[in-house]
Design a protein around this ligand. Sequence first.
Ligand SMILES: [Zn+2]
Length: 274
Amino acid sequence: MEEIFLYVVLFAFGLAFGSFANVVIWRLPRRESLSTPASHCPACEAPIAWFDNIPVISWLILRGRCRACLVHISARYPIVEGLVALLWVACGVKFGLSAHTVFAATMTYLLVILSAIDLDTQRLPNPLVLTLALIGIAGVLVSEFTPLVLLPLTPATGWVSSPLVAAVVGSLSGGGVSYAIAAGYQGVRGKSGFGMGDVKLLIALGPFLGVFNFGVLFLGSILGAVAGIVIARRSIEGMATRIPFGPFLAAGAVILMFFGPDLWAWYAGFVGLG
Ligand SMILES: [Zn+2]
């Protein structure tokens, strides 16, 4: 019964925070204030009344259009709201009523925002990546030096039981490998396909995922390759589609947060390590 209450609260707050995520996704890359003015239509600038700003539901009732000028409102608004709500419920299912749920919700929230901005602008804004990193560092330091266990979100392995060591190993393995690839790519192609923003994101994820952070680049690359094949087959020939990597790293990180140990056990058995 308590669980159901937790899930309902997480779902409701997820919708509300998802709604604010849409504001951040739109305004942060444009360097607009996040608080003022109040929500308005991006086309006609008509203010959006509270009853037209209810997550998911208003978009469905208005059939994806502005009430004033009828301009099409992207389906991404309800998708982001619904996605944050579902991810937050999943965090609650995974971690229950605990500090882990708060940190997991924070990580998934920032990753949703970063992914959408990367899709729009091909950039992972430093302030957001830095926010993720600082929350992670604070959580790991508290976990290391007090009895509270906040981070990492993945279980300690036999050879790394210290949260601080797990975070450092995670950041170095994730960031180091990706930096080597970014530098190599730069050297071979003369331009960067794998951005420094991706490297910074992988470093920032270390405190959250611990030693499992080494798998984010691997899993993100697989997801990116699969998506790349799908997009390449659909795109018009000669049209080079630059696919941002951030959303795939984000997806990889979320999958590893939920299923890291299970995936590792499966993979180790698969290659004969187990
Ligand atoms: Zn409008």
